[in-house]
Every structure is written in C-alpha cells, then in structure tokens.
Design a protein around this ligand. Structure first.
Ligand code: SF4
Length: 721
C-alpha cells in the first residue's frame, strides 16, 4: 500500500473503561492528530453516542450537509464496551450528519472494532475532510503507528464490494492469516450510489474460521464514509481482552456479568429463543399480532408469512451447532449465519457465499416487497451487505415505488419494467440498479422522501391535478419521517410505537423506542399516562446503552424472572441493576439508575438541539405518514374490519355509522386525534413546548445552556413564552 501519512504514537492505557483519547483524521490535509480529553468530558458525555453528538454539535453548523468537508464521521464505543466478562460489550456507534435526514444520525453495530480501537488507545475515531483519493486508515496499537494509505486496488469483483474488500484488506494486513487481534470497518460501492449506504463491521470468527460482518445500517453513514474517500479503517491490538477495561473493581464486574449470563441462559430458552433462532424468531410473533410489514405496510399478516418464519432459516440455512456471539462473552449469541449459500441472481449468480444474517429487519424488508421466498431473503441479505446498502431503507424504498405503481402514480414506462409487489425479478433488478447507480436505481437510491418529490413531479407532468392532492396521497403511504425510512414494525394498532417512531430524534428507527412488543403483544401500556411515560423513559435508557458501548438485547429481549414482581415489568429493572453494578464497578462511580437516566437526558437534549439547528426539531418534523396511524386506505380497513369496528365501539361515545366506508373515515379521524393528544402529553413529559421544542429550563437542568444553545432557543422565541 502506498502510505500517504504515518505517525508513531504511544497507545494510552485503558483505565476504568476509558483511554481519554480521540483519534482525529483530517482527510482534507491527510493529517493525523490525537486529542487528550479533559477529565470532565467523559462525565458529561459518557462515550459512544454522547461523544458523537458532542463532536458534531461543536464541529458542524446549520449549513453542514452529509457531503460537506466539515461533516464528521465518528466511530465510538463506550466505557463498558470491551469486557468479555459481561454479555454484549462489542457495540459501537457510527455517527454523522445524514444524507437522508440532514441531521444527526447514529447507527449502532457489534463486532470487535471498538474494543480493539480502545485497546489501541482510543475511545473514539473522528474523521473530517474529503480525500481526493480513496484511502484506508490503519490504527496499529501493536506497532504503535497510525497510517493513512491509498486504498489498494483489487480485481473488480472484490474491489467494489464492502465485505470482500475488507476481508482481502484484513488478509493483507495480517499477512494471510486472520486472527482476532484485527478488525475493520468498510463501506462498499453501493454506498457511493445511494443515500443509504452502510458501514460494515468486520471481525474474525474463530468458530466459523472466516471474516464475519455486522452492519451499522441506518441513515447513510456508509455513504458519508465513501464521500470522504474512506474505504476502510483497521484497528489492531493483541493486548489481552479479559479485564480489557482495567475496571476499578474487576470482582464486581465478574459478579454482575455472571448474574446476567445466568438470566440469559435460564430465561431465553423459555422466552424468545434468540440464542437458538436469532432475531428471525420475531417474524412469527409479528405476523401473529398483525405487525409484520407486507406490501409496504398495507397488511400486517399473510397466509404466506410462514415461509419466512425462523424454523425455515434454522432448518435450511443456519449452522445449528455454532454459537454466534458478535463479541466474546455474549451467551445470547443471536448473530446467526449461514455457509455455502448458492446465489441464483444478480452479477454473482452461481457463487457459493457465506451470509451473516438474516436479522428480523431484513426478513421484514423482503415481506414488505410482497416476497415470501426464504432463499431470496438470503440473497437479498448478502447483496445488501456486500454492496453496502441498508437492507431496511432499500426494501422500504422499493416497496414505496411498488405501491406508486399499484395506485397509478407511476407506470411501467416511468420505471422501465414491471415493478410490482411480489415480483422477485423486478425487485431484484432494481436493487442491483440502486447499487451501481444505473437506470431507475438512480432515483430509488435517493430514498422515499426524495422519491415522493420525484413521483409527484413525474405524475403532474402527465396529469392535470393540483400538486397538493398528489403530495397528500404520497405522504399517506411514503413510509418515512424526518427523511429516514421506517423500520419493520406496523404501528397502526399501537399508539405507543407510533410515538416511538414519531419522536425518535434520528427518524423512525426502533432502537430509540421499541415499544411495539410491550404495547401490542404484552399489552403493558394501556393508559395514555403509561404511554407518555414510556416514551420519555425508554429513549433515555436506550440512549445510555448507545453511549456506554452496550448491546441492548440482553436487557430488553430477555425478561428477568423477578421483573414480574416490580411496578413496571416492561422496564426489566432487575436486569438493569446488573448494568448499574457493572458501570460502577468499571468506572468507580456510585450511580443509581436514576443518575444514569439523568446523564442520558443530557445527551438526548443535546441531540434535540442539533435537530432544531438542522431544521428537524419541531412538532412538524415529528409527523408520521397516516399509514403509520391507521389503515389509511379502505383495503387495509377491510382486511382488519372486525378489529377496527370493535375498537370504534370501545373508543367512541357517538353512534358508529353502519356504512363501512364511513366507519373507516371515523376511525382515521379518531386515530389522528389520538396521535395529536399523544404529542401534547409526551412533549409535556419531556419538558418541551407544545411545538416540541425543549423549554429553556429543560436545557438549563441538563447543564447545556451556553451562548450557542441560548441563541438557538432565542431563534424559536423560547424566552418569550
Ligand atoms: S445479543 Fe446478539 S447482537 Fe447483542 S452482543 Fe450478543 S450476539 Fe451481538
């Protein structure tokens, strides 16, 4: 590799979970420097998402866009990442100003990268500027060097991919023999041609003896990475991983870790079976409760759904005997994978490949296109990962255009072929076109929000109707909010999850508030007050997980046997006690769960301020499509008529009309009213104005009121209220 810049450095030792160092790479000037953080930085911003939010708040402006040189790509684990003695500690976040939302996005991902970066001496990597040539960064804690080099050129097949490129690069760097002292992040060529490119996190899995991948999928962080001319980052350290955080009290860390591991071991087989089946297990639950997205979220259940249930993937694809943790010490081990899958479609047809996944979200993306072919799920999974495309945004965008055809907003001539629900050939064709930026893929690669504008203009150029009418229709079923495509849960019957998506600061991604299971399956949020409380509390605790460097699944997906005895079982607080114990034993603090929530609120409010600055922070930005609130078209109402009629009978004091079309109209009116009431209640709970803007006292309480915050709030007349 042609090295463009190289420095020698002395890796900082990890102490109590932190190195207190950030590695800064400036790609405008091909420059490397290291920031030593002041001692109070970690107290205020924790790590992970908190560090990314702070760096982006300070380093970007209202004018910064995804492709601006000053946009910052941040990769950061947290103080609790990198501990094999506790489950789920390989997580990190990738954050930036998003190509889809034009505001802060972060996406969390597992693997070995963040733990190795920390052992190599860094709590976070921050990349700014744009390189004229494609480059790779090598952070080698063993050699004590950091280099920026021209990206190597491999043959076309390998060179354009994300995973094949990364695997080849890792092989080069570790002299042909993979080992778990090396990990990489990469982005593929599909990320260059779309707004929803992903970052793949690559790590060596000894049990499968191959490079595996996990994805930071949401919001186009891979697109930002490639726009910067950055193809890959490699982190290297052979320091021991056991007690890698140099915890203040290692004995307590072990105690907390073994208590959590025991709960996972005993309870997961009686609950979701994630260790055995991976997250594909959710398909069956979602279908049973009318939450599984079918034909662009029109329907939540189908007689064909069982073709995509977990036992199919277990029987045909998953290697049953291999426990699949994405980091050492995770006995929930949900990161399923398959070997020797033969591709039947696309440019690699005939190749035998290994697939990491599918996760539930990828299965839902395929059913969203009306496709119920498990082998196609495997192929779609592989191609999305290899191209570097978000399987969620890709599936939702393709589904949106399919529905535009169904409802007559687009014709075969507009697209060039017959894009319709259930047609694997044309769906598959479009996915490859998105990846290479050709044909209709150039339009679809822009995502749903921009797709709506394109469809409206196209339709109006041929039909004489008012612009508003077309836009109103497209907004009903274009499943995005703040510019981000919805993840794979139908919210028509769950007001709590409608809020979970609407108020999510990054856009409708469930990792900020996954309330659908609690609300619609367990029915644990029956009142408005409980929903509003949950919509404040869950995003805050989830923000903390993303700041601390932790996977949330061991907490939220396996319920502690003692949770049932608590006031609010959905919070699973007996398990959270282990996390509090783990935190205090690692960093030497004496925090309570409420202290953690308060710390998290500071990050949440700072992220909200970024949204406000970027034009995505008020009540109007929290709007969700009518389809997310209820059965927006009559066909959807008819498919669940009995349920909706019962709901009307329970909720309405007035007489219910006989005519089903009138019932449908009334139902949608009630759903819209309920959503507006929810906004009012949740804003109050969060300390926001009725327009969804943080009140000055909320910002003050979180210790964030400085000149910059004051000026911003002043622009929204928040001091006049
Ligand atoms: S629960 Fe799954 S995603 Fe989370 S750390 Fe374990 S293997 Fe990785």
């Amino acid at each position: 590799m042609n090295v463009l810049q190289k420095i020698n450095y002395e890796p900082a030792k990890v102490k109590a979970g932190y190195t207190d160092r950030i590695l800064n790479i400036d790609l405008d000037n091909i420059d490397i420097n290291i920031t030593k953080l002041p001692s109070d930085f970690k107290d205020k911003y924790i790590g992970g998402r908190g560090y990314a939010i702070k760096l982006i708040w300070d380093g970007t402006t209202a004018d910064t866009r995804h492709d601006s040189p000053e946009n910052i790509l941040v990769m950061a684990g947290g103080p609790l990442g990198n501990e094999p003695g506790f489950p789920g500690t390989g997580e990190f976040i990738v954050g930036a100003i998003s190509p889809l939302t034009d505001t802060f996005i972060d996406s969390n991902v597992g693997g070995h990268f963040a733990p190795l970066l920390k052992l190599a001496g860094f709590d976070a990597l921050s990349v700014s500027g744009i390189s004229r040539k494609d480059v790779v960064i090598l952070v080698d804690g063993d050699a004590k060097t950091i280099s920026i080099a021209e990206a190597p050129e491999y043959d076309k097949e390998i060179g354009e991919g994300s995973i094949l490129f990364g695997a080849e690069l890792l092989k080069d760097v570790c002299a042909g023999k993979y080992n778990d002292s090396y990990a990489a992040v990469t982005a593929g060529n599909g990320a260059c041609n779309s707004r929803f490119g992903i970052v793949n996190s690559l790590y060596y899995d000894r049990r499968r003896n191959r490079i595996r991948s996990k994805q930071a999928g949401r919001g186009g962080t891979g697109t930002v990475m490639r726009q910067k001319g950055l193809r890959a980052v490699i982190a290297v350290s052979s320091l021991p991983k056991a007690n890698g955080n140099n915890a203040v009290n290692p004995k307590e860390v072990r105690k907390a870790g073994s208590a959590l591991r025991k709960v996972l071991r005993q309870c997961d087989p009686e609950q979701l079976h994630l260790a055995a089946w991976g997250t594909t297990v959710l398909s069956e639950y979602m279908d049973k409760f009318h939450i599984f997205p079918i034909n662009n979220y029109q329907y939540g259940q189908s007689p064909e759904s069982s073709k995509l249930f977990s036992e199919i993937f277990l029987d045909r694809y998953f290697s049953k005997k291999v426990p699949d943790g994405c980091y050492f010490g995770c006995n929930l081990a949900c990161a399923k994978g398959a070997e020797d899958v033969i591709l039947t479609r696309g440019p690699q047809a005939g190749q035998k490949v290994s697939v990491d996944g599918p996760e539930y979200e990828t299965v839902g993306a395929v059913s969203c296109m009306g496709i119920f072919d498990p082998h196609y799920v495997m192929e779609y999974n592989w191609y999305c990962d290899e191209y570097g495309l978000d399987s969620i945004s890709t599936g939702v965008t393709v589904s949106f255009f399919m529905e535009c055809v169904q409802r007559g907003f687009l014709s075969k001539d507009d697209i060039g072929y017959n894009l319709e629900f259930g047609n694997i050939d044309t769906a598959d064709r479009l996915i490859h076109e998105i990846a290479v930026g050709e044909g209709f893929g150039k339009i679809a690669g822009q995502g749903v929000a921009r797709g709506k504008k394109w469809v409206a203009e196209k339709y109006l150029s041929k039909n004489n109707v008012p612009v508003k009418d077309v836009t109103v229709e497209l907004n009903k079923f274009g499943m995005e909010a703040k510019g981000l495509e919805f993840s794979m849960y139908i919210t028509k019957e769950s007001l709590a999850q409608q809020g979970g998506y609407a108020f999510a600061l990054k856009g409708p991604q469930h990792d900020e508030a996954w309330l659908i299971f609690i609300d619609q399956v367990h029915k644990e949020l029956p009142t408005f007050a409980l929903k509003a409380n949950a919509l404040k509390w869950f995003p805050l605790i989830r923000t903390w997980f993303n700041a601390a460097g932790l996977c949330k699944l061991p907490w939220i997906d396996v319920r502690h046997p003692d949770a049932a005895k608590t006031k609010n079982p959905a919070k699973n607080s007996p398990t959270l006690d282990y996390y509090v114990q783990y935190l205090n034993a690692t960093v030497g603090s004496k925090k309570s769960l409420q202290d953690i929530i308060d710390d998290s609120e500071r990050l949440y409010i700072l992220q909200k301020l970024i949204n406000l600055r970027q034009g995505k922070g008020t009540r109007s930005s929290d709007r969700i499509p009518l389809r997310a609130m209820g059965p927006v078209y009559f066909n959807e109402f008819q498919a669940r008529a009995e349920y909706y009629q019962n709901w009307l009978n329970e909720q309405c004091e007035e007489k219910i009309p006989e005519d089903p079309k009138e019932q449908h109209k009334l139902l949608m009116e009630k759903r819209m009213q309920a959503f507006e009431h929810l906004c009012d209640a949740v804003y109050k709970e969060k300390g926001f104005s009725s327009q969804g803007i943080p009140m000055p006292e909320t910002v003050e309480r979180c210790g964030l009121m400085d000149d910059k915050a004051r000026k911003l709030l002043d622009e929204f007349n928040m001091f006049d209220n």
